[in-house]
Design a protein around this ligand. Structure first.
Ligand code: G4P
Length: 527
């Protein structure tokens, strides 16, 4: 192995690439801000002033940027901690929940699931976790907002196990109840760390380690119940276990309060100590591609018009092997055409910084990447292609029509472009074709973005009206044949040729599945 090649393995080993999944309001933004604070990427949470002329907020992080004046932008935040490079990928969550959210998880090596202790497992977390499970993504759990009243921690653990089928293994355990929070015991070392309220956590939390015997006296009456609970956890074998965590079966669990920074360091340390570094990515032939092979990566997100000042299109590429150097010419799969990388950028910061090199686990933004689509591979030297990115079947359906029929040409062009970018899925049948295609999505905002862009970028105003369809499944030609004569079902063809069966009721679908177990009705759809 040459020096440069072994350097790649060492660079990969010190990287951690992960995403935070949570339900809106559980504290993802706050935790992100605190991770940046601990990583030294911002000097004081809430202190970095927003620069003027910022674009309209469309993602959580842009909201954060505006509301709290933190100078960050969506997609990926890179910072260092303990000689490691951490890539935190944004999973758009609030109003802009979309298929992008799923795709981002394809670029992550681990996830942090944030739960509000008062609310437990909520709908969006469940949905996102399904994606993590489909990819066997190792997931850490952070029970947040312990500084205020909430639910019993043991009950929360049961809920995680019952509702999402992930076995929580507490690393830290609370002393005191939510709202009367005294601190945490690290179950590995037995150390007690006392909770101190900081003023909204604008600086790192003071960490007071207290001797167990002293804690037992000072924290009575909370100490005894906490000890009993720890004994119970020991008895049921709920100890953190690296093997089952890496297999996506158990989840090391942390207790804290992102707002006051408490527990943030425990989590960050665990990311370094337990979460996996980038490893060989499996290619389309099922072969793991060694990290030291020449450069390769895949596109997991494409965003057009990020900067209204320059109409552009940025493709975000997750590096899988080799060393990326700006200026290198890569090959684009599937077209086989060369792709110049003169305009590669890093994506931290509201301004684009030119990126000169990147290693496995990193994300690069390629500007003016008109030919790059989601799931495409870029590589150096001999050809390689990574599998397309699977997503979940869409859940929202609407018909789109051009308001002004004289603009039909523009409507059609926009439709093709936005379908290719993955803004929405475009479905057709022989009767409606391009006149009234069906749009499918997982988040309502996808339709809004589609309508807005079609009108402003292509000059074709659209009318969007919901259809009666409620649920979709990927199907095949032979099942499609049966479904054509089944009431309450119809089969449409997606732009890329995938057949999607649409049903007017989830119950009806269940019944069809029960009656015809041999039919192909798959909830996971590959892009
Ligand atoms: P999200 O990105 O997951 O949607 O959640 P976000 O971080 O924006 O947090 C949602 C609300 O919960 C915010 O309050 C935030 O301050 C609060 N929060 C987050 N973590 C904690 C915590 O550990 N303890 C407590 N007590 N609150 C927490 P807000 O009122 O919506 O905003 P703000 O006015 O506080 O900024």
């Amino acid at each position: 192995m040459t020096g440069a090649r072994s350097g790649i393995a060492a660079e990969a080993a010190r990287r951690r690439t992960f995403a935070i999944i949570s339900h809106p309001d559980a504290g993802k933004t706050t935790l992100t801000e605190k991770l940046l604070l601990y990583g030294g990427a911002v000097a004081e949470a809430g202190a970095v002033k927003a620069r003027s002329g910022r674009r309209k907020a469309t993602s959580d992080w842009m909201d954060l940027e505006q509301q709290r004046g933190i100078s960050i932008t969506s997609t990926v935040l890179q910072f260092s901690y303990r000689d490691h490079v951490i890539n935190l990928l944004d999973t758009p969550g609030h109003r802009d929940f979309s298929e992008d959210t799923y795709r981002v998880l394809a670029a992550a090596d681990a996830a942090v699931m944030v739960l509000d202790v008062a609310k437990g497992v909520e709908a969006q977390t469940r949905k996102l976790f399904e994606v993590c499970r489909a990819r066997s993504l190792p997931t850490l759990t952070f029970l947040n907002k312990y500084d205020r009243p909430g639910r019993e921690p043991l009950a929360l653990l049961d809920e995680v196990e019952d509702q999402i089928g992930l076995r929580p293994t507490p690393v830290t355990w609370p002393v005191g109840i939510p709202g009367e929070f005294r601190g945490v015991i690290d179950r590995r070392s037995g150390e007690f760390m006392r909770f101190t309220r900081t003023a909204r956590g604008s600086t790192e939390a003071p960490e007071e380690l207290v001797e167990r015997s002293r804690a037992a006296t000072e924290e009575a009456p909370w100490w005894e119940p906490a000890m009993e609970e720890c004994a119970l956890l020991d008895a049921v074998g709920a100890d953190p276990d690296l093997k089952s965590f890496l297999a996506g079966e158990s989840s090391p669990t942390f207790v804290g309060s992102a707002l006051t920074n408490f527990g943030v360091r425990h989590l960050l340390e665990a990311l370094l100590d337990m979460a996996p570094a980038p490893g060989p990515r499996t290619d389309v032939h099922g072969e793991p591609r060694p990290l030291e092979k020449p450069f390769s990566g895949f596109v997991f997100k494409v965003q057009a018009n990020m900067d209204p000042a320059h109409r552009d299109r940025v493709a975000f590429v997750r590096v899988c092997s080799g060393r990326f150097e700006r200026g290198m010419t890569l090959t684009h799969e599937p077209s086989g055409r060369p792709f110049a990388t003169k305009y590669a950028t890093s994506v931290f910061g509201s301004e684009r910084d030119t990126i000169d090199e990147a290693y496995p686990g990193d994300v690069i933004g390629l500007v003016n990447a008109t030919d790059l689509g989601i799931g495409d591979t870029l590589h150096e030297a001999e050809p390689v292609a990574f599998p397309r990115i699977p997503t979940f079947a869409p859940e929202l359906f609407a018909v789109a029509r051009a308001r002004d029929t004289s603009r039909f040409k523009q409507f059609r062009r926009g439709l093709a472009q936005l379908a290719e970018e993955g803004v929405v899925q475009v479905l057709r049948d022989e009767t409606t074709g391009d006149v009234a295609p069906v749009l499918a999505a997982v988040g309502r905002m996808q339709f809004e973005v589609f309508a807005h862009r079609l009108e402003h970028e292509f000059g074709a105003a659209v009318e969007i009206s919901p259809t009666a369809d409620k649920v979709a499944r990927r199907t095949d030609a032979s099942t499609a044949e049966h479904l054509r004569s089944t009431p309450g079902a119809r089969v449409l063809t997606r732009t890329d040729g995938v057949l999607l069966a649409l049903f007017s009721s989830p119950r009806w679908l269940e019944r069809i599945e029960a009656d015809h177990p041999d039919w192909t009705l798959d909830p996971i759809v590959v892009d």
